[in-house]
Design a protein around this ligand. Structure first.
Ligand code: HEM
Length: 137
């Protein structure tokens, strides 16, 4: 929850960019080829309409029911991107962060690894068990 909240407030990748290589429809909008698109992760992660009045506050508890509940099933939390080009290093990065924390606190290590795959960030399934056979742990 703490790592998610840190990644929400301070996403290292503040902006995702794409370019259309052919005419394509995004929702109701028809885009010609050659359009550059920006998806401002930082702004979406701080949006009061999506996150509520406490959007600017550090509140890890908002993730206590998993990512799907925190975002009300909208794609409004994407520190590692989304879709087919989602970060392939996300699990590694989260393990690494937890190991760094655990360096000073072995107790944290046990908690970190029993909660590692609560997993809605990977498969978007809030009912996935803590130990998810599909993923690394
Ligand atoms: C906190 C750490 C990290 C963050 C916030 C992060 C964030 C991201 C984001 C947002 C994207 C998608 C970019 C886009 O859609 O345009 C991405 C892609 C990628 N990330 Fe990470 N990343 C992290 C760590 C890592 C690590 C540790 C590795 C490798 C060990 C890694 C490897 C990659 C690769 C290879 C892609 C490209 C995937 C593709 O285009 O198919 N990342 N990352």
């Amino acid at each position: 929850m703490i790592l998610y909240e840190v990644l929400r407030l301070y996403p290292p990748a503040v902006l995702l960019t794409r370019a259309t290589y052919k005419e394509m429809k995004v929702g109701e909008v028809l885009l010609p080829a050659g359009v550059e698109l920006s998806l401002p992760t930082l702004l979406v992660h701080h949006d009061h309409e999506l996150w509520g009045e406490d959007a600017e506050e550090f509140n890890p508890e908002r993730f206590s029911g998993g990512i799907s509940k925190a975002t009300k099933n909208k794609v409004s939390f994407f520190p590692f991107g989304w879709g087919p080009r989602i970060c392939i290093g996300q699990t590694f990065a989260l393990i690494e962060a937890k190991l760094a924390f655990s360096h000073d606190s072995p107790k944290f290590l046990i908690q970190a690894f029993t909660h590692l795959c609560s997993c809605s960030i990977h498969c978007n399934n809030p009912s996935t068990p803590t130990w998810c056979a599909t993923h690394l742990t």
